[in-house]
Design a binder for this molecule. Structure first.
Ligand code: FMN
Length: 146
């Protein structure tokens, strides 16, 4: 959560036995415009793994470019989490967060489709089982009640 789940907090949670931690939400626009502060939200230490980076944004192409940036880092995260739940005004006003639920095609299908060429990153067993060649790519989405 924004302003809370920084690296120190996540490491603390790991020591308490938490299995998966997620970064504060990271603006896809901030990443592609190379905002330093935004990029710093991607930093995590190895002891935090498995760790997810949570991205928020409203435009599939911007999300794709931001995802590419995250995946091309020397130490990419284990998961990328699409923020589709945050209802605060400054987020939904921009068409991101919970606002994406109003248009899942744009939010999910559009974004995932733009990432098809990254599918070699999939575990070969997943790829060889036939997923991702045509039809929907395997992906997981946050299912929080928010
Ligand atoms: C229901 C709910 C869901 C939220 N979901 C997320 C989230 O998925 N990721 C995130 O980084 N922050 C999330 N937030 C945090 C908000 O973006 C915001 O940082 C927080 O409400 C504090 O903002 P404020 O100080 O302006 O009130 C959520 C907040 C609420 C109330």
């Amino acid at each position: 959560m924004a302003g809370i789940t920084n690296s120190a907090y996540r490491r603390h949670l790991k020591k308490q036995g938490v299995g998966l931690v997620v970064t504060e939400m990271v603006s896809a626009y901030g990443l592609i415009y190379q905002n330093r502060r935004t990029a710093s939200y991607l930093d995590f230490s190895e002891e935090e793994r498995p760790v997810a980076v949570q991205l928020f944004g409203d435009d599939p192409e911007v999300m794709r470019r931001a995802t590419e940036l995250v995946l091309s880092r020397p130490a990419p995260p284990d998961l990328i989490d699409i923020n589709m739940g945050c209802p605060v005004r400054k987020v939904v006003r921009s068409g991101a967060g919970a606002a994406l639920l109003a248009d899942p095609e744009r939010a999910v299908a559009g974004w995932i489709r733009t990432l098809y060429h990254r599918l070699p990153l999939l575990d070969p067993r997943t790829r060889d089982a036939g997923y991702g060649r045509s039809g929907p790519a395997p992906c997981s989405l946050p299912t929080r009640p928010s």
